[in-house]
Write a protein that binds this ligand. Structure first.
Ligand code: T6T
Length: 314
């Protein structure tokens, strides 16, 4: 999978000029602060952003917190305020708590483009580039409904309260699942700890032995669900739809341990975000939100060129 984005050198901590790209000397400086370190979705997004920055002669710096939390993201963002690059691309880890730190970045004269996640109050944000998460959640419900034969008990395994993307995925899923006649028996948060997601699925299987399906709003949740279903010898009985085609997810799909992945176009989001930042630096700020559609990957699609833009690297 690493070959997918051959030439992408982005890793957190990369400094301007360390990319494969021309150093960007004289061009604008762009910093990307992701939601969490080591996450294939953000790494893939960084690759797309880095490539677009290189093409524009901009320098590109990629930073990421150790955990998906304002606690770890705020100090990084405060560092960005101090460094005052021309533009910041940021995935806020919380809809509220990241508002003030991001405002300090803007006060330092840096243009801010949101990627992936969003603040509740987007005043002063130059643009927001994200997945159509609500539609992605609805799509997951339709795919799961097909897999379980149109009825039965299903679990929503969500990510973390206060995260705009996954909350929208969860809401889209619940709304559509109920419309289609599925019974949503639980809505829980597994975070980035695969073990926690496994425990949630363990407990759900205890309470609902007839559970027919699970939708996880991230790949962390899907990995935990697979662990639990494997331990309970239920991999064949419970249909699983995940989100985000990280390399491990694609392997699990090939192995038949999950049946579908609704995936984001991570690299494209990175590319569009850099383009929006460059426009903002030229004084063209739309303030608008661009929603990029998801791509659904079933086993039969996994080698098809049509899903290539939805595959991630790590
Ligand atoms: O699903 C992505 C991202 O879109 C979301 O905002 C948080 O979790 C992930 O980073 C998991 O890869």
């Amino acid at each position: 999978a690493a070959l997918l984005l051959a030439g992408c050198t982005s890793s957190p901590g990369a400094t301007p000029g360390s990319s494969a790209a021309p150093s960007g000397e004289g061009g604008p400086s762009i910093t990307f602060v992701a939601g969490v370190k080591g996450d294939p979705f953000y790494i893939t997004m960084a690759c797309g952003a880095e490539k677009a920055a290189a093409e524009a002669g901009a320098s590109f710096d990629f930073q990421a917190p150790n955990s998906f939390s304002p606690t770890d993201q705020i100090p990084i963002v405060d560092g960005v305020s101090a460094a005052a690059p021309d533009a910041l691309l940021i995935a806020p880890t919380d809809v509220e708590s990241m508002f003030a730190p991001i405002q300090r970045v803007r006060d330092a004269g840096t243009k801010v483009v949101q990627v992936d996640t969003s603040l509740t109050d987007t005043e002063g944000i130059s643009a927001s580039i994200k997945t159509d998460d609500y539609a992605g959640g609805q799509e997951a419900a339709r795919v799961l409904a097909d897999l379980v034969g149109g009825e039965g008990e299903v679990l929503l395994l969500n990510f973390q309260p206060g995260v705009s993307t996954t909350e929208a995925r969860g809401q889209g899923f619940v709304d559509e699942a109920e419309k289609l006649g599925l019974t949503v028996v639980g809505s829980e948060y597994g975070g980035t700890e695969v073990e926690k997601s496994a425990q949630i699925v363990d407990a759900t299987l205890q309470r609902h032995p007839e559970l027919a399906g699970i939708f996880t709003t991230t790949d962390y949740g899907a990995q935990g669900a697979i662990t639990s279903l494997r331990n309970a010898a239920k991999l064949k009985d419970v249909a699983l739809v995940g989100f985000d085609a990280s390399p491990v997810m694609v392997e699990e799909l090939r192995a038949g341990n999950l049946q579908a992945i609704v995936s984001q176009q991570a690299s494209k989001i990175g590319q569009l975000a850099v383009e929006a930042a460059l426009l903002a630096l030229e004084g063209e700020e739309s303030g608008e939100t661009v929603e990029v559609p998801t791509i659904t990957i079933l086993l039969e699609d996994v080698d098809s060129p049509s899903v290539r833009d939805a595959l991630q690297t790590d």
